[in-house]
Design a protein around this ligand. Structure first.
Ligand code: NDP
Ligand code: 8X3
Length: 251
């Protein structure tokens, strides 16, 4: 039986790249996100290439909707082998004392609470089967705060703490936990952070060759396919001219 990967935020960027990469590697795919039209387009693309895919359209901030979506999985789809907790976002870059309450709630509810709901709902089945792997998409932003990024950075520091805590709790089991911490990846991330301001979003990637979603998906797939006794616990993945969250040597 082919392994099943469940990807949150599979409609764009890193999540979409993971969907394509894991599909090529022969996984069955559960693709999730809020954009139902994109989900169906991606399912059509991947099934046309011979992959098996199922879509679930829900908002990870909504615990009840998340529980109902996972509960709706048919029996032949509910033994999840790999959970990729990828759905997430940054909103705004204002100083912490001027930030918007709604932005903070969206980031905390998506990046921390959504990841926790998914973990709490899916990992018990992995424990019962004594098989599974959780890949959380953290960030270099979780290593140290940067100007205007306090709340986003705090959510990614939380992803590290939650990944470490889960790894401790699962140590007696064969289940592995990976925290992938990308730096600059060119996706919709900056467009969303700057509320559709294309020029400002483009400036983030000016003068430097950023990572792509594919670069991150390669590492996720490597971690998932590592031998069973090898746990890729944490990986910091940076563009060559990026040294940390704040130092980028633009050419
Ligand atoms: P994108 O904006 O391209 O993709 C974000 C994905 O998350 C989309 O598929 C979106 O789907 C989904 N998503 C967002 N909010 C929700 C929600 N409430 N419920 C369900 N799905 C949601 O950005 P990236 O691919 O760059 O981001 C993916 C992850 O990578 C995030 O956790 C981000 O913090 C992290 N990251 C990104 C970096 C970068 O430089 N790009 C660097 C380090 C980490 P939909 O709109 O359909 O809901
Ligand atoms: C996204 C990377 O440095 O823009 O997590 O915050 S950064």
């Amino acid at each position: 039986m082919k392994e099943i990967v469940f990807i949150t935020g599979a409609t764009s960027g890193i999540g979409l790249a993971c969907a394509r990469k894991f599909a090529q590697a022969g996984y069955r795919l559960i693709l999730t996100g809020r954009n139902g039209i994109r989900l169906e387009e991606i399912k059509t693309e991947l099934t046309a290439q011979g992959s098996e895919a199922l879509t679930l359209c829900f908002d990870v901030r909504d615990r009840q909707a998340t529980e109902e979506a996972v509960a709706s999985l048919p029996a032949e789809w509910n033994e999840i082998d790999v959970l990729i907790n990828n759905a997430g976002l940054a909103l705004g870059l204002e100083p912490e004392y001027e930030g918007r309450f709604d932005d903070w709630e969206a980031m905390i509810d998506t990046n921390i609470k959504g990841l926790l709901w998914m973990t709490r709902i899916i990992v018990p089945g992995m424990v019962a089967r004594q098989r599974g792997h959780i890949i959380n998409i953290g960030s270099v932003a979780g290593d140290a705060a940067y100007a205007g990024g306090g709340v986003y950075c705090a959510t990614k520091a939380a992803v590290k703490a939650l990944s470490d805590g889960l790894r401790i709790d699962l140590a007696p089991t064969p289940i592995r936990v990976t925290n992938l911490k990308p730096g600059l990846v060119e996706t919709n991330f900056s467009r969303i952070r700057f509320r559709g301001d294309e020029e400002r979003a483009a400036r983030v990637y000016q003068g430097v060759k950023p990572l792509t979603g594919d670069d991150i998906a390669d590492v996720a797939l490597y971690a998932a396919q590592a031998p069973a006794h090898v746990q890729i616990a944490e990986v910091l993945i940076l563009a060559t001219h990026q040294a940390n969250a704040t130092l980028i040597a633009r050419q």
